[in-house]
Design a protein around this ligand. Structure first.
Ligand code: ADP
Ligand code: ADP
Length: 217
C-alpha cells in the first residue's frame, strides 16, 4: 500500500475565493489523521480533494490507483423508504457488487456497529446515534481502504458521542483502513487519531501537525 500525497495543493473556487493556500500532507496507509481548525479554514475543501471529489486548482495529489473510498457525513443521509439492511448495502449496490455478496457484507457491517436485529426496520425508527452507526456501517460494508469522516458526530448528544468515538476507534483498529476525520472537537481528534493537522484560515493553511502518542493501544 502506498501513501496519499498532497504537494503544494491549493484551491480557488469559481467565486474567486482562495479556500486553500499551499497544502503539503502525506497520509501513510492505516493511519488516522484528524483535521481541526475554525469554520471556513478549508477542512471540508481539503477532505473533498483527498476524496477525489474535487480537483485542486494548483499543486498535485497522488493517490493509489483504484483505492476504495467511503465518506461519512454529519447528516447520515439515509434513504427513508429503504430498510436498514437496504440502506447499509446501498454503496455496494451502486458499485455493482452481486446481490449475494452485498447482502452478506451489509449484515456483517450492521453487526459490527451494533445494529444486528434492526435489518427490517426503517431509518425513522432509529435514534440519532443509531443512524450514525448505520451511516458508518454503510461505509464499512464497502471495506474501504480510505474512510473520510466530515464532522460525523457533531449532531449527536455528548454521551452518545463518547460511545461512538470509542466504537469508531475500535473499528479502525480492527479494520486497518486509513482514516481522515474533520472535526471541531479537539478532544475527539486527540482521542481518535495518531496525527492532528491544525489549519488556519484565509487562505486555509496547515499551521501545525501534532503527533499523538498512542494512549489507547
Ligand atoms: P471548513 O470545512 O473548514 O468550514 P470549507 O472548506 O467548507 O471550510 O470552506 C473554506 C472556504 O471556502 C470558506 O470561506 C467557504 O465559504 C468557501 N467555500 C466552500 N465551498 C465553496 C464553494 N463551493 N464555492 C465558493 N466558496 C466555497
Ligand atoms: P441517541 O438516542 O442519543 O442517539 P443511541 O444510539 O445510543 O443514542 O441509542 C439510544 C437508545 O436506543 C439506547 O438507549 C437503546 O435503548 C437503543 N439502542 C441503541 N442501539 C441499540 C442496539 N444496538 N440494540 C438495541 N437497542 C439499541
Amino acid at each position: 500500500a502506498t501513501a496519499l500525497t498532497l504537494s503544494a495543493v491549493s484551491k480557488r473556487y469559481d467565486s474567486g475565493l482562495q479556500a486553500l493556500g499551499e497544502i503539503d500532507l502525506s497520509l501513510q496507509p492505516g493511519e488516522f489523521v484528524s483535521i481541526v481548525g475554525p469554520s471556513g479554514c478549508g477542512k471540508s475543501t481539503l477532505l473533498r480533494i483527498i476524496a477525489g471529489l474535487m480537483a485542486p486548482s494548483g499543486g498535485s495529489y497522488q493517490r493509489p490507483q483504484g483505492i476504495e473510498t467511503a465518506f461519512v457525513f454529519q447528516d447520515a443521509a439515509l434513504l427513508p423508504w429503504r430498510t436498514i439492511l437496504d440502506n447499509a448495502q446501498l454503496l455496494m449496490e451502486l458499485e455493482g457488487y452481486p446481490r449475494s455478496e452485498y447482502q452478506a457484507r451489509a449484515r456483517t457491517a450492521l453487526q459490527r456497529v451494533g445494529l444486528a436485529g434492526f435489518e427490517s426496520a426503517y431509518p425513522h425508527q432509529l435514534s440519532g446515534g443509531m443512524r450514525m452507526r448505520l451511516s458508518l456501517a454503510r461505509a464499512l460494508a464497502l471495506q474501504p481502504q480510505l474512510l473520510l469522516l466530515d464532522e460525523p458526530l457533531a449532531a449527536v448528544d455528548e454521551l452518545t458521542r463518547d460511545v461512538l468515538q470509542e466504537e469508531l476507534s475500535q473499528l479502525w483498529q480492527a479494520a486497518g483502513f486509513t482514516a481522515v476525520l474533520v472535526t471541531h472537537n479537539v478532544h475527539e481528534a486527540v482521542y481518535l487519531s495518531n496525527r492532528v493537522v491544525v489549519m488556519s484560515p484565509r487562505p486555509g493553511r496547515i499551521l501545525d501537525v501534532i503527533d499523538v502518542p498512542f494512549a489507547f493501544p
